[in-house]
Design a protein around this ligand. Structure first.
Ligand code: NAP
Length: 342
């Protein structure tokens, strides 16, 4: 079926300035980490992207390794760009990243210039693009001089292969160092992409959230739903087909009786606010403007629609925030701590 974007796609979405840059991002962005590999029908991928764009989600987040197999999410999105979004490139913010294992040998991961430059070229080819809007260093590399990684980002921007530079899962101290290097080179750091949700608050503990505000760098919080834990899905246990049953990134052991009890308490607070748990989780990440955009994933279009409902109520009372704080300890769910601890 040919697709024409909804005429009213910009009527209700909220757009927020990304740090001190000129770029505004939608309050919700869509990530293609899961559900865009060969394990998902292409029509489902198209429907998810179409639903997002129809509702004003202009930002699509990818990385070299998203799949399975690695690279296939970028290929699928490249196809969607050709069939559905052709003619709309200037309305889209498309990002990619390099940092995790992508090809064998010493040049297929981490933060060397060799890896970042080649990976960016590969991502552009897979998506059929001349440039991405944002290119990220996907994780901190303790063995490569930070100057080399930042110089590579700067050169990628200077070459026109990306419009802006970003980093992901760097801690507050490394972020300050990275921003200083990039600023000296003449490329402002646009954005930081950390994990952040009600059950994973390391960006508050580490001081990263405050640091980003001080530095004028924007932020995009990934896994705002804790990979689905912060939705109605797991309130009565683990349903068939959910991410926790797939043996991928969400460890089913985390969804034990104790956690399920806490999720139900959070769900009660959401219901009292007139929201689904997913909507409250997204609104919580976005509260007080501290985070620019919430980067969700979805396995079906209806989830995107549910999540977008968050923007109807982004404010919290002090009582609501205090009530939420009682139920936010759910064990070790931060899979990305290794990068931010380096
Ligand atoms: N920079 C990094 O290192 C990094 C790491 C991870 C992710 N990311 C980015 O962040 C994006 C989002 O990550 P994520 O997919 O883990 O985020 P998430 O939004 O926390 O979880 C998404 C999952 O939650 C479930 N879900 C979503 N909306 C729902 C709803 N309304 N009702 C019920 N269930 C719902 C779906 O799982 P089911 O499959 O169970 O339906 C969906 O796949 C990624 O695509 C990627 O772009 C970046």
């Amino acid at each position: 079926m040919p697709y024409t974007p909804a005429d009213n796609r910009y009527d209700t979405m909220v757009y927020r300035r990304c740090g001190r840059s000129g770029l505004k991002l939608p309050a919700l962005s869509l990530g293609l980490w899961h559900n865009f590999g060969h394990d998902t029908p292409h029509d489902t991928k198209r429907a998810i992207c179409q639903t997002a764009f129809d509702a004003g989600i202009t930002h699509f987040d990818l990385a070299n390794n998203y799949g399975p197999p690695p690279g296939s999410a970028e290929e699928a999105f490249g196809e969607i760009l050709r069939t559905d979004f052709a003619g709309y490139r200037d309305e889209l913010i498309i990002s990619s990243k390099a940092g995790y294992m992508m090809w064998p040998g010493p040049y297929g991961e981490l933060g060397s210039r060799k890896y970042l430059m080649s990976s960016c070229d590969q991502s552009l080819k897979r998506m059929g693009l001349d440039y991405v809007d944002i290119f990220y260093s996907h994780r901190f590399d303790p063995e490569t001089p930070l100057e080399e990684t930042m110089q590579a980002l700067h050169d990628i921007v200077r070459s026109g292969k990306a419009l802006y530079a970003g980093i992901s899962s760097y801690n507050a101290q490394r972020t300050k160092e990275a921003v200083a290097i990039l600023t000296d080179l003449g490329t402002p750091m646009l954005i930081h992409q950390p994990s952040y949700n009600m059950l994973n608050r390391w960006v508050e503990e580490d001081g990263l959230k405050e640091t980003l505000t001080d530095l004028g760098v924007g932020s995009i919080a990934f896994t705002p739903l804790a990979q689905g834990m912060l939705t109605g899905k797991y309130l009565n246990g683990i349903p068939e087909g959910s991410r926790a049953t797939q043996g991928k990134s969400l460890n089913a052991d985390l969804i034990n009786d104790d956690t399920i009890g806490k999720l139900n308490k959070l769900n009660d607070i959401a219901a009292a606010r007139g929201q689904t748990l997913a909507q409250m989780a997204i609104a919580w990440v976005l509260r007080n403007g501290g985070i620019t955009t919430a980067l969700i994933g979805a396995s079906k279009p209806s989830q995107v629609t549910d999540c977008i409902g968050a923007i109807d109520n982004l404010d919290f009372t002090a009582e609501e925030l205090a009530a939420i704080d009682q139920w936010t300890d759910a064990g070790d769910i931060n899979l990305w701590a290794k990068s931010s601890n380096s």
